[in-house]
Design a protein around this ligand. Structure first.
Ligand code: B1M
Length: 799
């Protein structure tokens, strides 16, 4: 019996933690656990056997970190380590002669953040995972378990690597925090719809929390998928006693909680950190080996980015503005690679209420596929609405789908066989939704029945390729009433036919209806209202057209899509009459954005332009204090409240950096006195990677002619002491810390400087610090900002 067949009939019990068991067996801290597959084979086999004896059906190879980055200095190759690990698991499996035991190739995160949060590219991540998958399959793994992921993009790279390089089942789990988000902001719903689309055999949750905290997240997850769910909780939350970490949930409690998961409908269970064979045994004893929970089949249409899932359960808006057709400025932006202009088009539509953004970057003179990928990546780092990949070129669609993070919608296919055969497999492979246009090689039929027949053909063909009905959207095509007046009603009739007979969602571009007519808005609004009552789900419109948006909000109330009119009331109850922003003129958008907005929105390329403008009337520190710091405060607050997530925080930080580069250049060009005023060692303390503030202080001090020795960020106390020892004369040691957790490192650094009798004055700064705290930890001075740092330096060196 293979894994999937077994899962169909049974609840599958995975093993518990490998790390906990290795520690129990005396693994030294700092040792690479995966190398033990080679040097301590017997211990690893023993751990697998203990889990098998406890009743586990799946044992997980000791390969969590067996990737080329983590094994770099281990002396072993990925292939050697994985081959040894999978062989050991198979040796244990073969020793018990059961048909119901499977070896999972374990794959954990690479340990480096992917772009745009970090520097690792998606392709590089894919290659790293591919190497693990290829060896795992070669060595005889029965399934692949990708676990403890917190970034959906990294998960996608791993799943693609697994699916494209193996035929064995893939189970994929992510780690969530108590707020139901992963550390990068990914939602359970987004994980579910994305991974189900990518065709995994199981998905779920592991690590981070104990079973009690995970329970509500499982309840949430179950609403979003029909794929079997795996839950591997920690043995509670960690408690540190006498320097050792314990978990606070014992076997009895753990297994009772796991039983509740099974009753909810979870098909696969096991344990993560802190769990041991006795936990697995307790689970096995507690749960019924036969699957009893009745789980209703879910049927819904949804699109997502990692941090937003959009359910198509009423009229939702697709923003049409990222499209060069008929837009001179947009075409220019594409030709000049003016990405920020395009991003602004996206952001303004999201602010105006778009739920999805259409992305069309087709222009004959540019590389459309490259541009599509670039725009998708950039848009996904400044906004989290799902995207519609709009192109007629299969290569562009594939590139877009591969690098999109989440579940996208493809616009479009039509009734032509050659188009369907090319694009539908891509839609299926990448788990997207698709729009089908009711036209074929004979053109657009002039009557509703013929258009309906094409729609039916598209739906049937898409389903034949394995695309779910819920992921198919039909566009019945809007023709202009000025030229084809008689056919307008055919579009509406087709909508009704499609809705009533095919039961799929519908899409329609609205504004084309009024082309060539005066007072176009009258026609547009009326057509929109008629189409919505005929069954339109996704109008493609300009969301900055408030009147159109108002019609949609009202329609959703009247058709009972907006329960209790909650959204309507939230939107209109407090609307000020003068709150309208005019987006009519594209150029105006650019002018309206000031540097603070630019940073908050993360429009990196625009920052330099704005700074160059501002520098004409303000000095560098004014720009830092009046624009950059307040913007970062807004971003920091939004991050804390869960309004934005790490990718957006990073994008804003990058924007500040590019603004600051201009300020730096400007300062360099200014004249300053030529004598060196004294040496200042600067560092952000151990554990802290925030360095924007420290870098500002550095540049300002340099401008006052102090010699700066910049040790960078995340600097251990020992290194700061070592560097300070090099100087006999009095130096300033300037320390920066931005987090409550790293204030301790600052204290430690000062203590070590004092213990080593360094001839220095310590100046500390950073948003979390206060005068009182600075004094308490033994600093000589506290500088609230860069200007004060200069005053203090003057005082110290002039004494
Ligand atoms: Co993060 N971060 N961040 N972050 N980040 C904060 C600090 C946070 C308050 C946000 C929040 O939740 N509201 C929060 C800390 C909570 C706490 O402990 N109280 C936080 C967190 C939690 C995190 C992460 C843990 C997030 C995560 O990964 N889940 C992570 C930390 C990783 C780590 O350090 N181990 C993280 C990561 C990041 C980014 C990488 C995305 C980015 C930093 C990029 C970089 O620096 N290269 C970032 C950013 C940008 C921020 C906020 C938004 C802005 C910080 C900043 O640059 N301020 C911040 C929220 C906020 O502060 N509003 C936040 C502007 C800067 C000019 O001010 O550094 O205070 P500041 O410097 C001033 C003065 O203080 C003084 O002069 C400077 C100029 O006037 N000064 C000195 C500073 N150092 C001095 C030294 C001197 C003298 C004066 O010596 C002579």
């Amino acid at each position: 019996m293979n894994f999937n067949e077994y899962m169909k009939e049974n609840i599958v019990v995975f093993d518990g933690a490998m790390g906990t068991m290795l520690q129990k067996k005396g693994l030294k801290l700092g040792e690479i656990p995966e190398t033990l597959n080679i040097v301590q084979r017997d211990e690893i086999i023993e751990i697998h056997k203990e889990y098998l004896d406890a009743g586990a059906n799946v044992i997980t190879s000791n390969t969590f970190g067996a990737n080329e980055q983590k094994l770099l200095n281990s002396g072993y190759s990925v292939e050697e380590v994985i081959d040894a690990a999978v062989s050991l698991a198979n040796e244990a499996k073969n020793s018990i002669k059961s048909n119901n035991v499977f070896v999972a190739l374990d794959i954990g995160p690479i340990g480096e953040l992917l772009e745009p949060m970090g520097t690792l590219s998606f392709n590089r991540a894919y290659e790293i995972f591919k190497r693990q998958v290829v060896q795992g399959v070669k060595s005889g793994a029965d399934l692949i378990l990708i676990e403890t992921m917190t970034d959906l993009y990294e998960m996608k790279a791993a799943v693609l690597a697994a699916k494209e390089n193996s035929n064995i089942p893939v189970v994929a789990t992510m780690s969530f925090e108590k707020d139901h988000r992963t550390f990068t902001g990914c939602l359970p719903s987004s994980m579910a719809v994305t991974l189900e689309g990518l065709g995994v055999d199981g998905l779920g949750i592991n690590c981070s929390l104990g079973p009690r905290e995970i329970y509500p997240i499982v309840e949430d997850l179950l609403k979003w998928t029909n794929v079997p769910i795996l839950v591997q909780a920690n043995a509670g939350l960690p408690v540190v006693r006498n320097g050792e970490t314990f978990y606070d949930v014992d076997e009895e409690e753990f297994s009772s909680e796991v039983e509740k998961f099974v009753k909810l409908g979870v098909k696969m269970v096991g344990g993560c950190c802190g769990t041991t064979p006795s936990y697995i045994k307790a689970i096995k004893n507690k749960i019924n080996s036969v699957y009893t929970a009745k789980v209703n089949k879910k049927s819904f249409s949804a699109l997502c980015s990692p941090s937003q899932t959009v359910l198509i359960d009423g009229v939702k808006v697709i923003g049409e503005r990222i499209n060069p057709t008929g837009k001179k400025l947009f075409k220019e932006a594409l030709r000049n690679n003016d990405i920020d202009y395009i991003l602004q088009q996206g952001l303004s539509q999201v602010e105006a209420g778009a739920h999805i953004l259409d992305v069309n970057v087709g222009l004959p003179e540019i590389n459309e596929a490259e541009m599509m990928v670039n725009i998708i990546k950039k848009l996904q780092s400044v906004t989290d609405v799902p995207l519609q990949i709009d192109s007629s070129d299969a290569a562009v669609i594939e590139a877009g789908l591969r690098y999109y993070n989440g579940k996208a919608i493809v616009n479009s296919v039509n009734g032509e066989d050659r188009v369907l055969e090319k694009i539908l497999p891509l839609v299926k492979k990448y788990g997207a939704a698709v729009v089908g246009l009711t036209l074929d090689d004979r053109g657009i039929p002039d009557n509703a029945q013929d258009r309906y027949n094409i729609a039916e053909k598209i739906v049937n063909k898409a389903m034949l390729y394995g695309i779910k009905k819920e992921d198919i959207y039909i566009d019945t095509l809007t023709l202009t009433c000025s030229a084809q007046q008689k056919e307008v009603v055919e579009t509406i009739k087709t909508l009704t036919l499609v809705k009533n007979n095919l039961g799929v969602k519908t899409v329609l571009g609205i504004s084309n209806i009024s082309f060539g007519m005066p007072k176009r808005e009258i026609i547009n609004e009326t057509f929109l209202s008629i189409a919505m009552s005929a069954g339109l789900d996704l109008p493609i419109i300009n969301p900055n057209d408030k009147s159109m948006m108002d019609k949609i909000s009202a329609f959703n109330v009247l058709y009972n899509h907006d329960a209790g009119a909650k959204e309507y009331i939230a939107k209109y109850a407090y609307e000020k009459p003068d709150a309208k922003i005019s987006y009519e003129n594209d150029k105006k958008i650019k002018e309206q954005l000031n540097l603070t907005d630019i940073v908050v929105k993360g429009l990196k390329e625009n920052a330099a332009i704005a700074v160059r403008e501002l520098i004409k009337t303000k000095d560098e520190l004014q720009i830092v204090n009046e624009y950059l710091i307040p913007a970062l405060d807004i971003v920091g607050d939004d991050y804390e409240k869960g309004i934005i997530f790490l990718p957006q925080l990073i994008q804003s930080a990058e924007t500040v950096k590019s603004a600051f580069n201009v300020l730096k250049e400007n300062l360099k060009n200014k004249e300053s006195a030529s004598i060196t005023n004294g040496k200042i060692i600067l560092a952000t303390v151990k554990g802290d990677i925030h360095d924007i503030g420290k870098n500002i202080v550095k540049v300002i001090l340099e401008n006052y002619n102090y010699e700066i020795i910049d040790l960078g960020r995340d600097v251990p106390a020992e290194r700061i002491v070592e560097e300070s020892k090099k100087y006999d004369e009095l130096v300033i040691v300037g320390l920066s810390a931005l987090m409550t957790t790293t204030m301790k490192s600052m204290e430690k650094t000062i203590k070590e400087l004092r213990e080593n009798n360094i001839n220095c004055k310590v100046v500390v700064g950073g948003a979390v610090l206060t005068h009182e705290y600075a004094e308490k930890i033994g600093a000589d001075y506290y500088a609230k900002d860069a200007k004060e740092a200069v005053e203090i330096a003057k005082k110290i060196f002039e004494k």
